[in-house]
Design a protein around this ligand. Structure first.
Ligand code: DUC
Ligand code: ZN
Ligand code: ZN
Length: 488
């Protein structure tokens, strides 16, 4: 008798905590049973010798996002989610960027219209807040949280984005009251502007100077300041795309002190360095992102932070710009580093890179890999246990990996985004997600896309789970310290 729509047989399953041999029975898009010798499915996949992992949750990527200076975002929700799926990711969380003159409701409606007909896998949204005025924080943000958008990013740098400390405190206070997750781009704008001006007036315009202008101290100072502000308001907060040792240490000491500070890092900080920005001509522009890749000591610090729990989340920060006049070269071949679009692609290779170099080389356990690439993000953004794990009742978002498959990265034949290049060209990797399921649907099989655009669904996020381990809630959140006054 057929009991399941699909049964995965004899695979080695791994979650953030356990690794076990089991069959997985899938019914109506969900995991219905996990056990030995499950009864028949209408379809069966033999996973002998394969790993069955939760599909990745990429909780930081940019798709179809408007830019301020007319640079085109190369990936829409179709190409971006297609690329993610080929790389074993089954949930993405891109950003809905607040537009001047539009309400958050209008902003989000526009992104829904872009995503709905095109997404191939499931997606949630974060907001980007650029103008956190009282109307936005008091009326519009609560309405968005009701609609399942429970996290937002703010910036400490970039004209037309950056918030000053007063604004950051105001936003932190609102995040605390609303139970939203605040994500912060922590770089000191004045340091970057000052260094950029010195460099460009001295004639130093090549891409490699981007890494000098976006100095490590600009990142660590802003990280420490953001943490101090979050501690004043006792607000859980995530520092995004951490690139270097000093910022990592600041996050670690905050966690050790019991603050609810979370950390995110990305492939570019493990697998690229500032030397990549110094490639011939403008080739270095392909590696230009903010914060920039650092050096090999910085890479080691990031590996340590992944291993010791400083970072909860390993995301791609896929920011897709082509190497042509629509993207990186928008200002021509004579562009200064200050004019280069900031960002690198990574949706498809995020998991294979970390699997090969992390699990394969013994730096991370398989369970740590699952936690960093799927489970923790699902928890942090209110999607767990529906996403990010293997459990009865969870969505059947699963990737079947061949842990021994050897691949050499070649953009033209392997990568499915619309960027036109990968910064990881020529890398030799071991391990690849061969078959990918989203809500029980086979999305990728035999290196072929099997799902239609528009079949991915919007995910209504619950409020974040700030209990994700790093420490306790800030013990100093005691009005007595403020002379009894209630500040927030
Ligand atoms: N910040 C991001 O999160 N992505 C791309 C560039 C940036 O500055
Ligand atoms: Zn950023
Ligand atoms: Zn980003």
């Amino acid at each position: 008798m057929v009991n399941f729509d699909l049964v995965l047989r004899n695979g080695t399953c791994a979650t953030a905590s356990d690794t076990f041999q089991a069959d997985i029975g899938i019914q109506d898009g969900r995991i219905a049973a996990i056990g030995e010798s499950l009864s028949d499915g209408a379809r069966e996949i033999d996973a002998t010798g394969r790993l069955i992992l939760p599909g990745g949750v990429d909780s930081h990527c940019h798709l179809a996002q408007e830019t301020v200076d007319g640079v085109e975002c190369a990936d829409d929700f179709e190409s971006g989610t297609r690329s993610a799926a080929f790389g074993g990711t089954t949930t993405v969380m891109p950003f809905a960027m607040q537009q001047p003159g539009k309400t958050l409701g209008e902003t989000v409606a526009a992104y829904h219209a872009l995503a709905g007909p095109k997404a191939i896998i499931d997606y949630g949204f974060h907001l980007i807040l650029r103008d956190p005025n009282p109307q936005v924080l008091g009326q519009e943000l609560p309405a968005m949280i009701e609609q399942g958008i429970t996290s937002f990013k703010v910036y400490m740098t970039y004209d037309t984005f950056k918030l000053d400390d007063y604004e950051l405190l105001t936003v932190l206070s609102a995040a605390r009251t609303l139970g939203a997750m605040m994500m912060v781009h922590a770089e000191n704008d004045d340091i970057i502007r000052w260094l950029s001006e010195k460099l460009t007036t001295g004639g130093h315009r090549a891409p490699k100077y981007h890494a000098i202008a976006h100095a490590r101290i600009a990142e660590s100072e802003a990280t420490r300041r953001a943490i101090d502000l979050a501690s004043l308001t006792d607000t859980p907060m995530l520092i995004v795309h951490v690139s270097d040792e000093a910022a990592t240490s600041a996050i670690r000491s905050a966690q050790t002190a019991g603050l609810k500070i979370f950390g995110e890092t990305c492939p570019q900080y493990l697998f690229l360095t500032a030397a990549d920005l110094d490639r011939d001509g403008l080739e270095g522009a392909k590696y230009c992102c903010s914060p920039p890749p650092r050096d090999s000591a910085g890479q080691e610090a990031i590996w340590r932070g992944l291993k010791n729990g400083t970072f909860q989340v390993f995301s791609s920060d896929h920011a897709p710009y082509r190497f042509d006049q629509t993207g990186k070269l928008r200002y021509g071949m004579d562009a200064s580093f200050t004019q280069l679009a900031n960002g690198v692609p990574g949706l498809e290779l995020r998991l294979p890179l970390l699997f090969s170099e992390g699990v394969g080389k013994g730096r991370l356990s398989l369970n740590e890999f699952v936690a960093l690439t799927a489970t923790n993000a699902a928890k942090l953004y209110g999607l767990h246990p529906r996403k990010g794990t293997i459990a009865v009742g969870a969505d059947a978002d699963l990737a079947i990996w061949d842990p021994n498959k050897k691949v050499t990265v070649q953009y033209e034949t392997m990568i499915h985004d619309d960027v036109g290049f990968t910064p990881y060209e020529g890398r030799h990797l071991t391990g690849w997600p061969e078959t990918v399921l989203s809500r029980g649907r086979v999305v990728i099989e035999n290196a072929t896309l099997c799902a239609q655009p528009g079949s991915g669904k919007f995910l209504d996020c619950a409020k974040p789970d700030a209990a994700l381990p790093t420490g306790r809630l800030h013990p100093e959140a005691n009005p007595a310290e403020n002379g009894g006054a209630r500040l927030i």
